[in-house]
Design a binder for this molecule. Structure first.
Ligand code: ADP
Ligand code: MG
Length: 365
C-alpha cells in the first residue's frame, strides 16, 4: 500500500512550419526539470514551473543574453535530448509487472505533440509501441515463473459517447454503455478485448484503431482532435508455483486538444458539442483541481468523477488505485503563449494528486 503523487513530465516540440513561417520567437526555456515561460508582450513577466521530468526537442536554438532561445549555428548540439521511454515507460512496465494499475495521460493543445509522444509517427515510435515491445520481451524473459495473457482494447470518447475503435461492425447508436460494478469500478460494456501475444500484433490493432478514429471523425464531420483516445492493456500473470494471479490494467490516454474548442458544425452540433465535448475535459480539470485541494489539506466534499465518461473510466487513475504519469506537451512559440501557460498550470495541479496503488493479486482460481 503506497501513497504516491502523479508524476508529471513536460515536453517541448520543435517549431512547426507555420511557426517558422511566422518568424516565431521561442519563449520557453528549460534547465534540468524546471521550465520557464516568458510572456511575449511583457519582457518582465515570466513564470517558472518544476516538474518530475522535462524534455526539450526544440533543437537548433540557443539562449541569448535575455534568456530567450534564438536560432543557433547550423549543426549546433541538441539542447536537451530526452529519455522519454526510459523515464516514463519503464516505470509503467515495472509497475504493471508487479501487479499495479498504471496510467499514462497526454495533455496539451492540438498540434503540441500528444500523439507523437503516445503513438508516434513512422519510425519515431511513441511510448505505447515501445511499451508493448518491452512488455512482450519481459513476458518472454519471465516465462519460467509465470504465464501471461495480454488483452488489448481501444476506444474513443466523443461527445460523451464511447466508440469501440476495434469493432468492425456498425457503430452502436448512442455509443457503448459505461457501467459500474463494486469490484471492477467503471467499465465499458461490450468493448472488444483482443488477446495479443506479440508487439507487431498490438501495433496492427493500433493502426486499425487509428484508421477507424480518423474515418469516424470525417464521417461525423468532426475533428479527431476533439475526441479522447484510450487504449487499455490488461495484463494477467499466473504464477503457478505460488498459485497467485496478478492483474493489472494499463490505461494509455491521448486526450482531446486542450485549447478552447470552437465548433464548425451546424447550430445543433455546436450546442451539443459546447456542452458535451468539453464535458470530459472540463470534468477532468475539475477532478484534478479537487484532488489537488485534497492533497494540500483543503476540505473537499465531492470529487466529480461521475460527471463525465472520461473521469468515470479514469477514476482509479486519479486519486485511486493506480500509478499515474502525465505528459504535458507544448509548443515553444510565442504565438502559443496562452495555451502553453494554461497547459503548464494544469500540469502543476496534476502533480499534487496523490494515489494509493495496491498490487492486484488473488489466489489463482
Ligand atoms: P497532437 O497529437 O498534440 O495534436 P501531434 O503529436 O500530432 O500533436 O504533433 C504535431 C506535429 O508535431 C507532428 O507533425 C509531429 O511529428 C510533430 N512533433 C510533435 N512533437 C514532436 C517532438 N517532440 N519532436 C519532433 N516533432 C514533434
Ligand atoms: Mg493527436
Amino acid at each position: 500500500h503506497s501513497k504516491d503523487c502523479v508524476k508529471v513530465a513536460v515536453r517541448v516540440r520543435p517549431f512547426n512550419k507555420r511557426e517558422r513561417a511566422a518568424g516565431s520567437r521561442c519563449i520557453v526555456s528549460m534547465v534540468t526539470s524546471s521550465i520557464t515561460i516568458q510572456d511575449p508582450r511583457e519582457s518582465q513577466s515570466r513564470r517558472s514551473f518544476c516538474f518530475d521530468y522535462a524534455y526539450w526537442s526544440h533543437s537548433g536554438f540557443t539562449r541569448d543574453r535575455g534568456g530567450l532561445y534564438v536560432p543557433e549555428e547550423p549543426g549546433g548540439a541538441i539542447l536537451r535530448p530526452g529519455h522519454v521511454f526510459q523515464d516514463l515507460g519503464e516505470g509503467i512496465l515495472e509497475n504493471a509487472l508487479q501487479g499495479y494499475n498504471a496510467t499514462l495521460l497526454a495533455y496539451g493543445q492540438t498540434g503540441s505533440g500528444k500523439s507523437y509522444s503516445m503513438v508516434g509517427y513512422g519510425p519515431n515510435k511513441g511510448l505505447v509501441p515501445k511499451l508493448c515491445d518491452r512488455l512482450f520481451q519481459a513476458i518472454r524473459e519471465n516465462q519460467d515463473t509465470r504465464q501471461c495473457q495480454v488483452f488489448f482494447s481501444m476506444l474513443e470518447i466523443y461527445n460523451e459517447q464511447v466508440v469501440d475503435l476495434l469493432s468492425r461492425g456498425s457503430r452502436t447508436p448512442g455509443g457503448l454503455r459505461v457501467r459500474e460494478e463494486q469490484q471492477r469500478g467503471f467499465y465499458v460494456e461490450g468493448l472488444r478485448t483482443v488477446p495479443c501475444d506479440s508487439a507487431p500484433q498490438v501495433e496492427q490493432l493500433m493502426e486499425q484503431g487509428t484508421r477507424t478514429r480518423t474515418t469516424a471523425a470525417t464521417h461525423m464531420n468532426a475533428n479527431s482532435s476533439r475526441s479522447h483516445m484510450l487504449i487499455i492493456l490488461q495484463l494477467k500473470q499466473i504464477f503457478s508455483k505460488e498459485s497467485i494471479t496478478k492483474q493489472s490494467n494499463i490505461n494509455l490516454v491521448d486526450l482531446a486538444g486542450s485549447e478552447r474548442q470552437r465548433s464548425s458544425g451546424s447550430e445543433a452540433d455546436r450546442l451539443k458539442e459546447g456542452t458535451a465535448i468539453n464535458l470530459s475535459l472540463t470534468t477532468l480539470g475539475n477532478v484534478i483541481s479537487s484532488l489537488a485541494d485534497v492533497a494540500v489539506g483543503k476540505k473537499v466534499v465531492h470529487i466529480p468523477y461521475r460527471d463525465s465518461v472520461l473521469t468515470k473510466l479514469l477514476q482509479s487513475a486519479l486519486g485511486g488505485n493506480s500509478r499515474t504519469v502525465m505528459i504535458a506537451t507544448l509548443s515553444p512559440a510565442d504565438i502559443c503563449y496562452e495555451e502553453s501557460l494554461s497547459t503548464l498550470r494544469y500540469a502543476e495541479r496534476a502533480k499534487r494528486i496523490q494515489n494509493r496503488a495496491v498490487v492486484n493479486e488473488s489466489p489463482t482460481e
